[in-house]
Design a protein around this ligand. Sequence first.
Ligand SMILES: Nc1ncnc2c1ncn2[C@@H]1O[C@H](COP(=O)(O)OP(=O)(O)OP(=O)(O)O)[C@@H](O)[C@H]1O
Ligand SMILES: [Mg+2]
Length: 483
Amino acid sequence: MLNTIRGRIIAVLILGLAVLLLITAINFWNVFSVNEKIRIIENYDDLFNDILEVRRYEKNFILYKNVNDLKESLEYLDKAEDLARRLALNISELVGSEEFDHFMSSLHSYRQVIVKYTVSDNDQISQSDITLMRSRGKELIEFVSRFIDIKRKRIHRALSRSVVIPFLFLLIFFTVIILTFRIVVRDIFQPLQLIERTTKEIAQGNFSPIDYKARTKDEIFDLVTAFNKMAREIDEGQEELVQSRKIAALGTFTAGVAHEINNPLNNIYLTAEALIEDFEQQIPGEAKELVLDILYQSERAAEVVGNLLDFSRSEHPSYTELSVDDVIQRTVKLVKNQLMLTGINLEMEIASGLPEIKGAQRHLQQVFLNLFLNAIHAMPNTGELTVSATTYSSEYIRIDVKDTGVGIRAEDLERIFDPFFTTKGVGRGTGLGLSVTYGIVKEHGGYIEVASEVGKGSTFSVFLPVVAERPEEQDGRPNSHSG
Ligand SMILES: Nc1ncnc2c1ncn2[C@@H]1O[C@H](COP(=O)(O)OP(=O)(O)OP(=O)(O)O)[C@@H](O)[C@H]1O
Ligand SMILES: [Mg+2]
């Protein structure tokens, strides 16, 4: 229950309410007990008055020696005794049963003296009896005054308890308010402010997730998780969009340049070739080498232009159903020689019965050729090239091209798919290989992932949709960076 903000607030309110109910009950009990004490103290007052009456008649008797006074006195004494018996329990509780017994025996011996003179009709009272009567009478007055005094103190105490109760009420009330406020501020307002700040940053293009340390998996935790997921997806979509735009813009530009260069380049090549074929005898050895160099260099230049044209290609070739296995085997043949020369060991792990894909054979071959060449370049002093193909999900097959080469630095990783990004020396790499690869894979409805560790090697994973279903690009894709 305490896992959610709602649960925490409800818990605080229920606890507060329970304490308030308890205090209310205590208050009721207190008022009731004060009432009860007041009722009893009225009885004590009656007892006190009765004894006062007894003593008044006692004085009259001593003064006027009228037996009727003694009879009156005895009547009040009976009343007092009767009342004292009824209050026995209460008095014992108040002052202890010993003192009550003491009080009763005083009452008793007082009574004996009085009875002695009422029965004998004897108005000649002895001095010793007068003293006894007075001292017992005084004792009785003292007893009852003490009872009343104690009882009164108790009432005061109960009353002062009642005074505290409203303050307790206020205290609990404020505690509940403060606790609720704290929950709202700490668990709702602060995270909301954080979300607001992050939203502003996202608007400015910074897609870092909300740095929220949740204590429990409450509503805000769910919100932040959903928010971060959204930010990550927008970020990935954004990257892909930028990449596509970059490539599209460059493509148009490059296509123009490549076309312009292609014709003169062809002419240079054909001319040099004709020169060798037609004038082979006349050309001295040194000059022949220079012409061969022209041929070699223009071949290289034609290759670059070919790459550029591939890169800028905007036409959609016709797709046919293809076996990935076949595409890979054909591409491997193209690099067999280079593998042998560098002594690289090739491992093929193509699962049998892979579903077919729909695509352009030549373009897909280009994809794998680029990846193989990059891998070979990354392993100048031999290594191992592993090519594996498996069914990745019901929608995709996955082809991994893994090398044990130099690896890619983290800061380069996000740029390798950029057109013209290369770490190879001038004249050795155009930096177009991976952007061409990226473009082709994307056109086929697939995506590429890279994992690399400097000094250990790299793995390029190509995901291509299978024929059965050709989903829209985003459907069924795992969450990952696709460059
Ligand atoms: N398998 C790999 N191992 C290490 N680095 C790689 C690998 N593949 C690509 N790279 C890095 O990515 C960069 C860009 O690769 P890309 O294929 O786009 O261009 P290139 O190979 O440099 O030139 P091009 O392919 O046009 O001849 C490379 O220069 C290299 O730094
Ligand atoms: Mg390359």
